[in-house]
Design a protein around this ligand. Structure first.
Ligand code: NDP
Length: 293
């Protein structure tokens, strides 16, 4: 068997194209969708994520009101900035890039964002709405996983989904969305306390790997014909690569392709969906502000 490789890059491009059309239509009615990304400091990974977001904003035709604060900015300065963005009717979405420098309390900052502008979906109000199935904002990576499954035509109804990882930003919300009535899967969540991980992963019709451990899911841990979604993004040393490293997922990709029916690659799998869903959430926030949703 050779798995169908799900092209997350192409799916994300098509989501962005749809968002761009809706942004233009909303603009004709007088609302120009706008996102403010707040970056504190110079963490290279964060700088690169923020650059990707700016590029996507330009591509979909949204306004970019991003702010870059120095690494030593006070927590009070960041909270005051969030308050001013909350109060600004021209800003529809606010995203504070994580992680924040150690002297700033992340939870306090996330809690300060107006839930109506919480396009990252990390505010407890957004999390609560997701859990009870009320409208809000879904977190971008888990939502991207669900859209990839849907677009690839992978049936979730009545299937057994196994999620490896229980973080607040990936594993836990993916499990909640898979178990929701719309997806209707039966879900098992695995973590470092799970004994005999392979005995669970081998039962998965849908396996979502979100542990952040390079190639930990080997082919023998996958049920033949399973759909495998690899959320992991891990740097491994590679002297042949220009930067001295390359990115791999949590799944041992090539051997897994021989067992799975569908699989997402790393890169160009789940990764590009995260920014595409952020664009979709910002559009939704702008439509709600305009009374259209
Ligand atoms: P965290 O480190 O916060 O969480 C990892 C989870 O995996 C934890 O729940 C941990 O268990 C579990 N875990 C770790 N090792 C094992 C193991 N050996 N067996 C079973 N469970 C294990 O990571 P994130 O959730 O933030 O991210 C996960 C991966 O996804 C990372 O590679 C990250 O880079 C990537 N990512 C990709 C995104 C994208 O856009 N594609 C976005 C966000 C993340 P425990 O709770 O017991 O510690």
């Amino acid at each position: 068997m050779s798995a169908t490789v799900i092209d997350g890059f192409a799916v994300a491009a098509s989501v962005r194209a749809q968002v761009a059309e809706s942004v233009a239509a909303l603009r004709e009615k007088g609302t120009h969708a706008c996102l403010a990304v707040v970056l504190v400091g110079e963490d290279p990974a964060s700088v690169s994520y923020v650059t990707g977001k700016a590029k996507a904003l330009a591509e979909v035709g949204m306004l970019d009101r991003s702010v870059h604060l120095p690494a030593d900015a006070a927590e009070s300065e960041l909270l005051a900035l969030v308050a001013s963005l909350n109060a600004d009717p021209g800003v529809h979405g606010i995203l504070v890039q994580l992680p924040l420098p150690k002297h700033i309390n992340e939870a306090k900052v996330i809690m300060a964002i107006d839930p109506a502008k919480d396009v990252d979906g990390f505010h407890p109000v957004s999390v609560g709405n997701m859990v009870i199935g009320r409208p809000g904002f879904l977190p971008c990576t888990p939502h991207g996983v669900m859209v990839l499954l849907r677009r690839a035509g992978i049936e979730t109804n009545g299937k057994h989904a196994v999620v490896v990882g229980r973080s607040n930003i990936v594993g836990k919300p993916v499990a909640i969305l898979l178990a929701a009535r719309q997806a209707n899967a039966t879900v098992t969540v695995c973590h470092t306390g799970t004994k005999d991980l392979a005995s669970f992963t081998r039962q998965a019709d849908i396996l979502v790997a979100a542990a952040g451990k390079p190639r930990m899911i080997t082919a023998d841990m996958i049920k033949p014909g399973a759909a495998v979604i690899d959320v992991g993004v891990n740097r491994v040393e590679d002297p042949t690569a220009k930067k001295g490293f390359r990115l791999v997922g949590d799944v041992d990709f090539a051997p897994a392709c021989e067992v799975a029916s569908f699989i997402t690659p790393v890169p160009r799998g789940v990764g590009p969906m995260t920014i595409a869903m952020l664009m979709e959430n910002t559009l939704l926030a702008a439509r709600r502000a305009a009374g259209e949703a």
